[in-house]
Write a protein that binds this ligand. Structure first.
Ligand code: NAD
Length: 304
């Protein structure tokens, strides 16, 4: 089986690629390496890995030769899309349109979508809840999902906000950012502390991609929230969980957050198929405290 991971040098892609290699698969990692090469150096000598430096805006070379395509490449998250709206449209939407066009019926494509599509919906959102994409990021991800699902050999995973350590660290993600501030700055300023989000550890996210590949026939053509029912928390609840492990101050700001997201997500659909994440927020907080303590010169990893 030939597997392609687009965005394989990214926060989730590096962890997914490592796990696929550990399970003995042949993997091609495609990325334009906008965040550098270092995140994949630990994988580069693996005989089962081919690395392709390529920009998906130029299509995917020899796309028909892959049995499974994990499509993760993109401009990811509210801050990065807000500062690069043109690139977000070209990469997240137009390049995905080309991939959809070039996809053959016998292939499997697993698409990295997001629970950000639920915007400020508030109460429990399942896959039938009306979407409410309040950011440019969410709008591009919704457009990509709709384009891809014109084909029936696609599964979209609407991921919770990911946390935990990856060799391509993302510090714009809420838990990663909060723990960093708690450890290094000893203060977290909360905007809209009531706002609820949903979370998944990066290792669990990678397991969820592989679960989807292994259950593709049962999931084919579907959209699934990817996370766990026990992982919905407000910003204040996350800050309090961190405070149980580190001493720091919480300041509540009167200023409204520019990021309007507020939702609880229901994960029954994927849970019924047998996928439940196993790592807790507490596990991730402990891991991040150790990591941030270790890297004296952590600014090296402070990329979004
Ligand atoms: N991290 C999360 O919380 C989260 C949640 C839901 C969905 N997602 C989605 O999962 C995917 C991966 O997210 P991530 O957190 O790993 O982000 P990331 O930014 O770390 O990874 C994206 C990767 O895509 C690559 N890339 C960007 N533009 C490219 C192009 N034109 N051609 C080739 N490669 C390109 C980047 O170099 C990067 O390695 C994204 O599609 C994102 O929207 C992420």
């Amino acid at each position: 089986m030939r597997i392609l991971v687009t965005g394989g040098a990214g926060y989730k892609g590096t962890v997914l690629t490592r796990k696929l290699l550990e399970q003995g698969y042949d993997v091609t990692l495609l990325d334009n390496f906008m965040y550098g090469y270092e995140p994949v150096m630990h994988l580069a000598s693996n005989r089962k890995l081919a690395i392709m430096k390529h920009d998906i805006r130029n299509g995917i070379p020899d796309i028909g030769s892959y049995d499974v395509i994990f499509h993760l490449a993109g401009i990811s998250g509210f801050p990065a899309c807000a500062s690069n709206p043109h690139s977000a449209q070209l990469i997240n939407v137009e390049a995905t349109r080309q991939i959809a066009k070039d996809l053959s019926p016998g292939q499997m494509l697993i698409n990295a979508s997001t629970t950000s599509l639920y915007g400020k919906s508030g109460m429990p959102c399942d896959e039938d809840t009306a979407v409410d994409p309040v950011s440019n990021y969410a709008q591009t991800k919704l457009a990509a999902e709709r384009i891809l699902h014109e084909k029936d050999n696609v599964v979209s995973l609407r991921f919770a906000t990911v946390f935990g350590f990856s060799t391509r660290m993302r510090m714009d993600l809420m838990i990663n950012d909060f723990v960093y501030k708690a450890v290094k700055e000893r203060v977290i300023v909360l905007f809209d502390s009531f706002a609820k989000r949903t979370f998944i550890h990066v290792e669990d996210a990678a397991d969820c991609y592989i679960f989807t590949m292994n259950n593709f026939d049962r999931m084919r053509g579907g959209v699934f929230n990817a996370g766990g029912n026990s992982m919905n928390f407000s910003k204040e609840e996350i800050a309090e969980k961190i405070r149980r492990q580190v001493d720091f101050s919480i300041v509540n700001s009167e200023v409204k957050d520019k990021d309007l997201r507020h939702f609880i997500v229901n994960f029954n659909k994927i849970e019924k198929l047998g996928y439940v994440p196993s790592r807790t927020v507490e596990y991730g907080i402990e891991e991040l405290i150790r990591i941030y303590g270790f890297y004296e010169y952590y600014s090296h990893y402070r990329t979004i």
